[in-house]
Design a protein around this ligand. Structure first.
Ligand code: NAP
Length: 357
């Protein structure tokens, strides 16, 4: 698409940690251009550069000059809406945009578990986007809501996808070490997190325990049949800037050796629909042989933040196998994941290439 033909998009919650990541990732995007930014009444009416405290890199000049609008479909015209809204606001606002005919790509928790709403990591479950037709039929919307998962659930589900495909997961124990950027901006006070580990993240464990079965489930007709494994999650906040690390122990229907599991991870490229898309990494999962990897400091930028790194696959003395996985929470686990979902929808023709507000 030429620069003039790029599809205009709006970002809801544009001033927050995930909203800013959308703006960084969409700068120079070949298919989408940030036409509108919106946030709460606190920010509406200000120039974007004044409304936000920009965290990383250079704020693109064209976005800096935009006026922040309220999150009201009557005041925003873009056909594609990336939502980085706080859950307190998403529940009312995202359906209002879908009802008004917009394709809403959401990062909030509110609609992820609705039976007619796709919860998508496209390499893992692109066919689940087929739920959009059922959603439109049930709700009478001309737009739709497509969600991506909790950031720790995303990293975990990607790492487990090749193993579930080949060996069938039965039970999963997961302990997370989650970066502070996962708490938004300004997030956790420095005096609470520096030199510390906080063994609690509000509402995080239930999200991890319920979202993975939906993502690794199958679309049967117009419904998702969840994968039949159980999950026990421990969520911890650690003093890391970006990158959620998860330690996993797993039991399978068909017990693989560590070597078989490593081969499955190395060979996995995910759904063919995703290959070659602008935000798709060459390798969605990278297996690392070093005994002390993955590490957020060294591996979080792999695949421009879209590759999940896995290491330390070995026998487990309680379940069958254990391993470590790590991925970028605001890129693969949020904004980058949403953009990749939108790219799949453009490629499939669900978002028309010529879409205009
Ligand atoms: P954040 O930094 O706190 O940003 C929240 C955004 O929502 C801000 O732009 C804020 O605007 C806006 N907002 C708050 N209340 C609003 C209202 N009533 N009406 C309109 N806009 C409102 O949070 P975040 O970390 O970016 O997270 C955004 C969403 O993504 C959340 O649902 C979160 O759970 C999810 N998520 C986050 C991550 C992550 O790694 N951070 C990963 C996956 C999913 P103002 O600046 O005007 O207040």
């Amino acid at each position: 698409m030429s620069t003039a033909e790029r599809i205009p998009v709006a970002i809801l919650g544009a001033t927050g940690a995930v909203g800013q990541t959308f703006i960084r990732l969409l700068d120079g995007h070949p298919w989408f251009r940030v036409a509108e930014v919106a946030a709460s009444e606190r920010s509406a009416g200000k120039r974007y550069a004044e409304a936000t405290r920009w965290i990383e890199g250079n704020l693109p000049a064209d976005v800096a000059a935009l006026t922040v609008k309220p999150c009201d479909p009557a005041q925003l015209s873009s056909p594609v809406v990336f939502s980085a809204l706080d859950a307190g606001a998403a529940g009312e606002l995202e359906p209002a945009f879908a009802r008004a005919g917009r394709m809403v790509l959401s990062n909030a928790k509110n609609f992820r578990m609705e039976p007619d709403v796709p919860l998508v990591i496209p390499e893992v479950n692109a066919p689940h986007l087929g739920l959009i037709a059922a959603q439109r039929a049930t709700r009478g919307w001309t737009g739709a809501i497509v969600t991506n998962a909790n950031c720790a659930a995303t990293v975990t589900a990607m790492a487990m996808a090749p193993l579930h495909e080949r060996f069938g997961l039965k039970s999963v124990f997961v302990a997370t070490m989650q970066a502070i950027s996962g708490a938004g901006y300004p997030g956790v006070p420095s005096l609470d997190i520096l030199g510390n580990v906080i063994p609690y993240i509000g509402d995080e464990e239930p999200k991890i325990e319920r979202e993975m079965q939906k993502m690794l489930g199958r679309l049967v007709g117009t419904a998702i049949e969840p994968a039949p494994f159980v999950v026990s999650a421990h969520a911890n906040r650690v003093a890391v800037e970006n990158g959620h690390t998860v330690c996993l122990s797993m039991a399978f229907e068909k017990r693989p050796s560590a070597e078989e599991a490593i081969a499955a991870i190395r060979e996995w490229r995910g759904a063919s629909e995703v290959r070659g898309l602008p935000s798709a990494p060459d390798i969605p999962l990278r297996y690392r042989d070093e005994p002390d990897r993955p590490q957020p400091r060294r591996d979080v930028a792999d695949g421009r933040g879209m590759t999940v790194s896995v290491g330390r696959v070995r026998e487990d003395s309680i379940l069958h196998l254990r391993m470590v996985a790590m991925g970028h929470n605001t890129i693969r686990g949020a904004a980058g994941g949403s953009i990749l979902n939108a790219e799949v929808l453009v490629k499939a023709g669900v978002i028309p290439r010529g879409a205009r507000g």
